[in-house]
Design a binder for this molecule. Sequence first.
Ligand code: ZN
Length: 486
Amino acid sequence: MQKNFDLIIRHATVIDGTGAPRYSADIGIVGDRIAKIGDLSLSSSKNEIDLQGRVAAPGFIDAHTHDDRMMLSDPEMTPKISQGVTTIIGGNCGVSLAPMPRPIPDPVTPPLNLLDDEGSWFKFPTFASYLSALKAQPATTNRAMLVGHTTLRVAVMDDLESAATPAQIEQMKVLVSEAMQAGAIGVSTGLFYEPAVAAPTEEVIEICRPLKEFNGLYCTHMRDEADGVMDSLEETFRIGREVGVPVVISHHKLIGQKNYGRSDETLAFIQKSMAKQPICLDCYPYAAGSTVLSWSRAVTSARVIVTWSKKLPEYAGQDLDKIAEKMGVSQEEAVEKLLPAGAIYFRMDEGDVQKIMQFGPTMIGSDGLPHDASPHPRLWATFPRVLGHYRRALGLFSLETAVHKMTGLTAVNFGLADRGVLKEGAYADLTLFDDDTVDAVATYENPIALSKGIEMVIVNGEVVWDHGKATGARPGRVLSRPLTRV
Ligand SMILES: [Zn+2]
């Protein structure tokens, strides 16, 4: 039977996002949904794409981002759509743009300055007002947002160096409830960072209490990803159990030379604990991390590249040892002169990176920092690097598994209904790519570059990326979790 389609994608190799084996089919789209997958040789459409056997996959879901502000300030989201991302999870590591019911301190409290070092974007008094702004001015990608614990602390506490008082905990709980009611999907923490490091486990448990009623998630950049990683996993799982919600271990990694190889230990513990409570995890495909600059982190790293500096922007993109040499000072003194600033730190083991990425339940998230002058290449290249370098060149997993880790698995974990899979009735979020050429181009030296092989990207039935160019369409939506587990 003939049917009218708004778009037909012909001769696709369908990787459906569930991890199931590939098959050949045509895909017919009506409005924002996939209407038919099968043989559409008897149908036609004004808009047709012939893939000639190249891949159609669900649009990639970036499990871990700091795109809260980019969606408003750069709604084209080029670093994301150019690598095939159609949905982002924002508000991670305790850092969200909202709510900020009072003026943010000047200078902006790190690490909130990862989103905006001037402070003018922290202008949303409630989470609802932030989500309204996202809806009023859509970006290219869909988004599901977390509310950040560090943002909540800055919003209600004057002395950030101590634990929150019972009254402050009450205030934060009210803000969490408001955010969840408005459509947030959970709470994130960055217990590794000052000032959140001052928060005891009990503070986190208490402020997360409202999550249970809303089926929210608890996502965490754990307190310790180095020597104390096992204790931090325990703490994370305990918070999940006591609140009664699923936990997401953000960008799981092992930091510092003496912890190299310990992914055997952490993954075994995560696997064992998964039998008892819902646990998810994500990772980015690099052995170097990136965040705000600090001497304590720099001194434990094999190499440090400065990504931005408010006072000395001309040093962005240069190695810290070279900067210190040019300044004629020690590296520690150079850090002082550069602050506030950001950096890339080389202090992980490639073997651990690969084992964590290969671990069945691990999702892919970029953790990209979109406002850094010279960002970590993960901002532009995470997904093509997994598909090109780790899947095709190194053979860590099949194409089906790689796509599952960036689509179907992520949609199930975050409760994004009808996303992350190619099936009839699902939303038409698709990434069309060339399996033989897809790869990262961005590097540490040249971090801003379009990836190879991503041909077209479709969000809610509209083409947003077409062979190297954004089309101007802005069909992205705000996504929420269902109130009950699916
Ligand atoms: Zn983080």
